[in-house]
Design a protein around this ligand. Sequence first.
Ligand SMILES: [Zn+2]
Length: 286
Amino acid sequence: MRFGKFELISLSDGIMRVDGGAMFGVVPRVFWEKTNQPDEKNRISIGVNPLLIKADGCNILVDTGNGDKFSEKLLKIYGIERDTALLESLSDAGLRPEGIDIVINTHLHFDHCGGNTFVDKSGKLQPTFPNARYIVQKAEWEDATNTNELTKASYLPENYMPLMDAGYVDILDGNIELFPGVTVVMTPGHNRGHQSVKIESEGKTAFFLGDMIPTAAHIPLSYIMGYDLYPLELLEVKRKILREALEGDWLMIFEHDPETRMGYLKEANGKLTIIPSLSSNKADKY
Ligand SMILES: [Zn+2]
């Protein structure tokens, strides 16, 4: 999609199946099952959709999906299916991994940075994007390298430690414009160091939400995931961002929605909803 001076392309690294209850936190199943029908194990399908921002002279990739380092057993546990893998999707967009200049990791949970590295023929971990700088927030780096019983299953060091050791990582602290019109914005709540990405051009704004609002179904303020570590902080961040998005007519970009990749926020009868502007019916296949 053309967006001012940029091209925004929602890529795909397949899908995963996660517990519906964990995805919707305190919201009872009778509400969320209307839009997200669970399977016999109570799991719902979600998309894994990194974003490619093509700018004049700079290609920026936001998140890298689950990658291909998982064992069969873990693929099964997380219900990961990569019918379309990130690099194929990137190739469809006309780019090779060497063409990526910046990789932004919204955070370092495995479904957002699994494609940061790959195992080469000699069994060594290598950067998937050899010419890129990888961008991570300081708070997130601290948490990813000091895990506890609650957080450790989400952080897999093979996705980021080899990059740090080889000098590929830039640690930022707070909101920073990385390229004219592309700014990382702190949106804590899912975890402490979560960042989203704001894209501004020719008077228009788009916002890649990451896990702050993972799907269009999570627009209502109380729809906060069981996975979110700081729910009350997230509630206030959501309130602020949604107000700004509505006033500024932002294009909202969802990383985990199985159908609606992008859409505009509209208020009707005091309720916020998303009018899709880009959707795939991939989910129908599963
Ligand atoms: Zn996620």
